[in-house]
Design a protein around this ligand. Sequence first.
Ligand code: ADP
Ligand code: MG
Length: 395
Amino acid sequence: MARFKTLDDLGDVRGKRALVRVDLNVPMADLKVTDDTRLRATIPTVAELADKGAIVLLLAHFGRPKVPSPEFSLSLVTKAYEEVLGRPVRYVDWEVAEENVAMLQPGDVAILENTRFFGGEEKNDPEVARRFASLGDFYVNDAFSAAHRAHASTEAIAHLLPAYAGRAMEAELNALQKALGDPERPVAAVVGGAKVSTKLEVLRHLVAKVDHLIIGGGMANTFLSARGVSVGKSLCEHELAGTANEILEAADRANCTVHLPYDVVVAKEFAPNPPSLRTCNVHEVAPDEMILDVGPAAVEALADAIKTCRTLVWNGPLGAFETPPFDRATVQLAQTAAALTQAGQLVSVAGGGDTVAALNHAGVASDFTFVSTAGGAFLEWMEGKELPGVKALEG
Ligand code: ADP
Ligand code: MG
C-alpha cells in the first residue's frame, strides 16, 4: 500500500474550508437514530479540524434516494450528530450551499445535504465532484466504509483538491496493513458465516496470503461435503463441491494449512437448546441432523493453532451464534484471540456485520487490536481488491 497523507500533513488550517467525507448513514426508527456508532466514529477528525480553526463541511450519503426527498434528508441526522459531537452543527441545503458556507466562521461544523441528491454522485460524475470541491479548500476522507465505491464524494473529488485520510480512515488502513498487507507471521485467518458463495473471493485470496485458514460456520459444511463427509440436512452448497476442492488444492500448493472441524454440534431442529442437541465426530452426522457449530475438541485445536500465530484476521462466526448454545465455538475462540491480543502476542483484526455482533456478544470486541464496522469495504479488502476511495488518497 502506498503512503497516503493524514491530518498530520496539513499546515495551518485556520479559516480554511475542510470538506470531510464521513459515514452518517445511520439506522433510524420513528425519525430517531437507533445506533450512533457511525456518528461517534467521526468525532476525532471533526473535533481536531474544528479545534484547529478549520470550517468543517461534512459530506455524506444517507439511504438510497432515487430523487431528492425529505425522508432522505441529512437534516434528520443533524440534531443527533450535534448531541454526539457536543458542539453546534448547522445543516446546509444544496440550494443555498454557497451563501450558507460563506457565512461560517473558523471552528464551525456543518452537514451538507445528502450527496446522493445528485444523480451523478454514484456515477463518480466529475461535474458533481466539482460542485462539491468548489465549497472547500481541501478534502478529507474519513469514511472507510464507503471507500469500496467510486463515487463523486469518495473518488473523483480526491483528484480535485489536496486529499487527506481522516483519523478513523488512518486507523483502519493501518490496522488492515498490519493484518494482511505486511503482517508478522505466522498469520491465521478465520472465515465463517453462512455461505461459501458469498466469500469465494475472500477464500481464494486468503489461501495465498495466510499460513492457517480456519473454516467454520455453514461454509465448513460445503468443504466437508466436498471431501465426502455426509453433512445431513446442514446448510450446504453441494453445487460448490468442485470450487471447494479447488480452494483446498490451492491452499496445499501455497503451504496454507486448512482447518476444518473434526467434531461438531448438531441438532434435528434449529431452535434454542433443542432436545436433539448432541456433539459428535463429523463422520457421524445423521441424515436428519444439521451441523450448527464447531465442536469443543476442534475449538481447542483451533485455539492451539492461533497460539502459534502472531497475526489473526477474522470474518464470519463459527456457528449459528444467535441461537444458544451454537455460539460456544465462536465465543471461546474469540476469547482466546482476545486474551492473546491483550498479552501482546497477537495482532487481531476482525470485521463483518455479524462478526462484530458475535464479538460483542462474546464481550471481547474492545480486546481485539481492531474491529472494523465497515461491512462491504472490509470484505472487498479481504478479497485483496484495491478500494477506489483509498487509492484516490494515495494519488
Ligand atoms: P458477516 O456478516 O460477519 O460477514 P455472514 O453474514 O457471512 O457474516 O454470516 C453470519 C451468519 O452465518 C450468522 O447469521 C450465523 O447464524 C450463520 N451461520 C454460522 N454458522 C452456521 C451454520 N453452521 N449453519 C447455519 N448458519 C450458520
Ligand atoms: Mg452478515
